[in-house]
Design a protein around this ligand. Structure first.
Ligand SMILES: O=C(O)CCC(=O)C(=O)O
Ligand SMILES: [Fe+2]
Length: 212
């Protein structure tokens, strides 16, 4: 399902710089299917307020992030197709970059007008749990005045100062995927002025299976 050309670009970019952006990665038809699935789940009230941290460390911090989320659980054909695509991509990236990823989690996110996610990293150094972050956008005809851009910041070097100049400012346009190494790249979602739909995915190494 993923073209060899997209796989090549993603692997080359990740190897060279640790991040990539591919426009039109998902077809318009597939984006529509995913957005319809997301909206149906929202109507069924399957979304809940996002938090930060995991399990016992989980807290709701609306000053940091204010979106609502719903985990994908492979409950229908649309999600199944998406997950087959993720399997293919994860296997291809592993083969080229030897990252040893063996598991993923995927969630839908909805940001209402006025909502945002402040600068953060998705995984902490040494934890080696979330290896690669991917974000897929589901918003057709998105224009600049709608806001909601993803800002990706340079890697923070050991003992180095944080750099506040983003490497990219990415509008959440339908079909685009952004991917980066989870431990290395701080990022944020600017305030959106229109309802913003996305899918965030983390390729992971399951605990207890960390390669030495
Ligand atoms: O939606 C985005 O552009 C990024 C979301 C994000 O950073 C996250 O969910 O951790
Ligand atoms: Fe994030």
């Amino acid at each position: 399902m993923v073209s060899q050309k997209d796989i090549d670009q993603i692997c080359t970019d990740l190897y060279q710089s640790g991040w990539t952006v591919v426009e039109n990665f998902l077809s318009a038809a597939f984006v529509d299917l995913m957005r319809q699935d997301l909206m149906a789940l929202d109507r069924q009230e399957k979304f809940h307020k996002a938090g930060i941290g995991r399990e016992l460390d989980f807290v709701r911090r609306e000053d940091i992030r204010s979106d609502r989320i719903c985990w994908l659980e492979n409950i229908n054909e649309t999600q199944n197709l998406f997950m087959q695509m993720l399997d293919q991509l994860m296997t291809a990236v592993n083969r080229r970059l030897f990252l040893g990823m063996n598991h993923y989690e995927a969630m839908y996110a909805i940001y209402e007008p006025g909502q945002f996610y402040k600068k953060h990293v998705d995984s902490f150094k040494g934890q080696r749990n979330r290896i690669m972050t991917l974000v897929f956008y589901l918003n057709p005809d998105w224009t600049q005045d709608q806001g909601g851009e993803l800002l990706l910041y340079p890697e923070v070097s050991e003992g180095g100062l944080e750099n506040n100049e983003p490497i990219i400012t990415l509008p959440p346009k339908a079909g685009t995927v952004a991917a980066f190494l989870s431990e290395d790249f701080p990022h944020e979602v600017l305030t959106t002025h229109d309802i913003r739909y996305s899918i965030a995915v983390w390729f992971r190494i399951r605990e207890g299976e960390i390669p030495l």
